[in-house]
Ligand binder design. Structure first.
Ligand code: URA
Length: 425
């Protein structure tokens, strides 16, 4: 395709016309091989942002992006290949306990995850707080570990979905991230490259979510579910609230600790409930259960059996972690140099615990990235977070801050006051 031809496609999309699957497939390929410059692709992305895409156009974009690199292929056998993808939030550590739970339920789980950017945490950053744990793996190693252990959580290889790497970076700097067709293609191209039989999408809504309203989250969920199913993967979506952090921790290592608690039968109810709900939907989607009620019981029983906790250790060992060092680290109350607590200034019921403010504070403590180059601090964050609906007494802890130094702890404490509202009485 010459530059002039791509110009005419940009003009067509700008004028609201539909692009053919062939044209879409060709321009994705030309972009990945460097024949279309970023400035022209940026114009196309903006045209798509304003004009949208039809379902066949999104399907063509998604499959072209998926096929821009390696696609995983697993040996045929009885265990279905499944994954869960969350659109991201604060304290969302569901993937960590879910992967070993699914492996114990008889699934194969190639969970290819991402890093955090902005206020939403990334599964890879959390796992890298475990001594020795490696998230960079080859395609061959991913397949081998999924076949033997049952689950892997790792990063995308260099050769997987290169189109998304380029397009996502460009969207990030051209104001074209919040577009349903572009998000759908970006997320699904990566998930479809995992060679899945079934996919569960956890689409977040609320003040700390990508989609702030339930309506927008529902539109995104519909778009992804339709397309996932059209591409031959049994796809279902749940919508979940991200006005308040999930669980009682936010911050990389603190979230790993809470995930281990969940695997050990304790930990917060909202985390446990969402882990079980995700597993149950996948049991239903793959025909391993005949009703959501039975599936919930099956998943809850397996979680309570302790087998997923052992499977977690197997996964850690397979990915290079040192279990003794991990156990030692778990025993520390805090691995950050400074801790401080926000205390309730009156008794009453917690009305608000704002996930966006908490996400921003954790990011600014050093637990998240402002740019892709930021080196994150795994040990900072928050725990003991009080949740809406809970009764607190004056002086009770509303959250505990883990910081790198006294100054950042003091700054965080000041800002944290604005995250909570407590009603009288
Ligand atoms: N996550 C992705 O992987 N892609 C998007 O476009 C948005 C969120």
């Amino acid at each position: 395709m010459t530059g002039m031809n791509f110009l005419s496609l940009i003009e067509s999309k700008r004028d609201g016309q539909t692009l053919s699957p062939d044209d879409i497939q060709r321009f994705v390929c030309e972009y990945v091989t460097g024949k279309i410059p970023d400035y022209q692709m940026a114009a196309m992305l903006m045209a798509i942002y304003f004009r949208g895409m039809t379902t066949p156009e999104i399907a063509a974009l998604t499959t072209a992006m998926r096929d821009s690199g390696d696609v995983l292929s697993f040996p045929k056998e009885s265990r279905p290949v499944v994954d869960k993808h969350s659109t991201g939030g604060v304290g969302d550590k569901v993937s960590l306990p879910l992967a070993p739970l699914l492996a114990c339920l008889g699934f194969r789980v190639p969970m290819i995850s991402g890093r955090g950017l902005g206020i939403t945490g990334g599964t890879l950053d959390k796992l890298e707080s475990i001594p020795g744990f490696k998230t960079a793996m080859t395609v061959e190693k991913i397949i081998e570990q999924v076949q033997s252990v049952g689950c892997v959580i790792c990063g995308q290889t260099e050769r997987m979905v290169p189109a998304d790497k380029g397009l996502y970076a460009l969207r990030d700097v051209t104001g074209t991230v919040p577009s349903i067709p572009l998000i759908t293609a970006s997320i699904l191209s990566k998930k479809l490259a995992e060679g899945l039989d079934a996919l569960l999408l956890d689409v977040k809504f609320g003040c700390a979510a990508f989609m702030q309203t339930k309506e927008k989250a529902s539109q995104l969920a519909d778009s992804m579910v339709t397309l996932g199913n059209e591409c031959g993967v049994k796809t279902h979506a749940v919508l979940s609230d991200m006005n308040t952090p999930l669980g009682r921790t936010a911050g990389n290592w603190l979230e790993v600790k809470e995930s281990v608690e969940c695997l050990e039968g304790c930990g917060p109810d909202d985390l446990r409930d969402l882990v079980i709900e995700c597993a149950a939907h996948l049991l239903l989607q793959t025909g391993k259960s005949n009703s959501i009620e039975n599936a919930m019981t099956q998943a809850a029983t397996m979680l309570a059996s302790g087998a997923p906790r052992n499977k977690w250790d197997d996964m850690l060992l397979a990915q290079g972690a040192t279990l003794q060092a991990f156990q030692r680290k778990l025993a520390y109350d805090s691995t950050a140099p400074v801790t401080t607590e926000l205390r309730a200034t009156r008794s009453g019921s917690v009305q608000k615990c704002d996930a966006r403010i908490i996400g921003e504070i954790v990011r600014d403590l050093g637990g998240g990235r402002l740019t892709k180059e930021t080196i994150i601090n795994w040990d900072v964050g928050m725990d003991q977070i009080a949740k809406p609906g809970e009764q607190v007494q004056i002086g009770a802890t509303l959250a505990r801050i883990h910081a790198a130094d006294k100054q950042s702890a003091a700054n965080a404490l000041k800002r944290l006051e604005t995250a909570f509202e407590i009603s009288e009485g």
